[in-house]
Design a protein around this ligand. Structure first.
Ligand code: NAP
Ligand code: F7E
Length: 363
């Protein structure tokens, strides 16, 4: 029997890697997409048209659409990855974030029950290290108290607890992965890691002068997204539904990430000054390439995340050391160097084409 999986948020970073993983394992993969005036399907473009890959319109704020998709495909596994996932944006759009990231989870659970799939469908919920927020213990494990510190984290806390409630109340196989930050060459361009690798590539190629960042001293436990989606799958193959911390067990500051990313493009940075006056200087040219802008400060910021993945290593056989921090930064920088070069080539071709058209060389 071919196993059927539904991924909400398939167009996102994790959704696209997970879809590849499940297709590779022989699953029939269904994903939800949203209507948009522009095409944001670049992460899954290479999967579209494959016979075992299907897309459906559904929105986490719309029970009927979720009920319809779940009732139609009757999945054995649901990976609920859809979310307004940007912490800073959650301060600007707190109600939308709550609707999607909190109530949206409830809509999925209820749809599964209403479709009569209570005991046949396993559900993975994308919980987050942001639940630890204003951290009460370092490192953080499954028993560390939560102290959410943004509208995003508060919404995700509801999602986390409602999954637990449905597991205990109805005996559903639903579990949450408390995932620490995981990044990749497919990471959204406004998250700090991708913002840095893209800027490093652009600055190296003369396409950008400076990079403006917020809190450079924030610590994160950064892993590679491709490794993390394997753990989501492992959690649904487990004997019992349980929640797990997924992390590398190592932490670095935003400043360290920045220094390494620039190093990989051949720019050695020296940081001078403090707070809003701190600057990243190119040692060779003496030019300031990184500056701090308070625009990127958050009303409350989570500054010390370090996960303890021992339970996942022990019980799921997961390896947190598959891709090192250095390797992750290198992968992201290399991909962005290629992307920026391709943009330049495209621009060059376009400029020449306009000139040739004007001169009548190309008709
Ligand atoms: P992402 O790249 O931002 O992807 C989010 C996905 O959710 C996109 O497919 C997006 O669709 C979809 N979505 C947003 N609002 C929706 C709505 N109202 N209805 C339906 N779909 C909606 O996020 P990610 O990094 O892959 O993360 C996946 C999940 O893990 C998220 O729940 C996130 O909160 C959580 N998480 C992420 C991390 C991390 O470090 N990456 C760590 C812990 C937890 P569009 O493409 O149409 O916008
Ligand atoms: O910020 C600091 C910022 O936006 C990381 C999401 O996937 O992981 C992600 O949330 C840190 C913060 O990720 C800039 O203040 C400095 O301390 O890359 P981020 P996040 O907030 O940790 C968690 C686990 C999730 O669940 C979320 O869905 O970097 N920072 N300067 C900056 N952050 C941004 N975005 N931009 C800056 O310029």
């Amino acid at each position: 029997m071919v196993r059927v999986a539904l991924i909400t948020g398939v167009t996102g970073q994790d959704g696209s890697f997970l879809a590849e993983l499940l297709l590779g394992k022989g699953y029939e993969v269904h994903g939800t997409i949203r209507r948009s005036s522009v095409d944001f399907r670049e992460r899954i473009a290479h999967l579209e048209g494959q016979p075992h890959f299907h897309l459906h319109y559904a929105d986490m704020s719309d029970s009927m659409s979720l009920l319809q998709v779940i009732g139609l495909i009757r999945p054995q596994e649901i990976y609920n990855l859809a979310a307004q996932s940007h912490v800073q944006v959650s301060f600007d759009a707190p109600e939308f974030t709550a609707n999607v990231d909190a109530t949206g989870v409830l809509r999925i659970l209820e749809a599964v029950r209403l479709c009569g799939l209570t005991h046949s469908c396993r559900i993975y919920q994308a919980s987050t290290s942001e639940l630890y927020g204003k951290v009460e213990q370092i490192p953080q494990n499954e028993d560390t108290p939560f102290h959410p510190y943004s509208p995003y984290a508060v919404a995700k806390l509801y999602g986390h607890w409602i999954v637990r409630e449905y597991r205990e109340a109805y005996g559903m196989f639903c579990c949450a992965g408390i995932l620490f930050n995981h990044e990749s060459e497919r990471r959204g361009e406004t998250f700090v890691t991708r913002k840095i690798t893209l800027a490093a590539a652009r600055i190296r190629q003369g396409k950008q002068k400076k990079l403006y960042l917020g809190n450079l001293s924030s610590y994160r436990d950064w892993g590679y997204a491709k490794d993390y989606v394997e753990c989501m799958w492992l959690m649904l193959q487990n004997i019992k539904p349980e929640d797990y911390v997924i992390a590398t067990g190592k932490q670095h500051t935003v400043r360290e990430f920045c220094r390494l990313a620039f190093h990989y493009v051949g720019i050695e940075l020296e940081f001078v000054g403090e707070g809003v006056d701190e600057k990243g200087v190119d040692r060779r040219s003496g030019e300031i390439v990184v500056e701090v802008s308070p625009d990127f400060y958050r009303p409350t910021d989570v500054v010390n995340l370090l996960g303890d993945p021992s339970k996942a290593c022990r019980e799921l056989g997961w390896n947190p050391e598959k891709t090192s921090f250095e390797e992750l930064v290198r992968i992201m920088v290399e991909a962005d160097m290629v992307k920026v070069t391709a943009e330049q080539v495209g621009e060059h071709v376009r400029t020449n084409l306009t000139e040739y058209l004007e001169k009548g060389i190309v008709k």
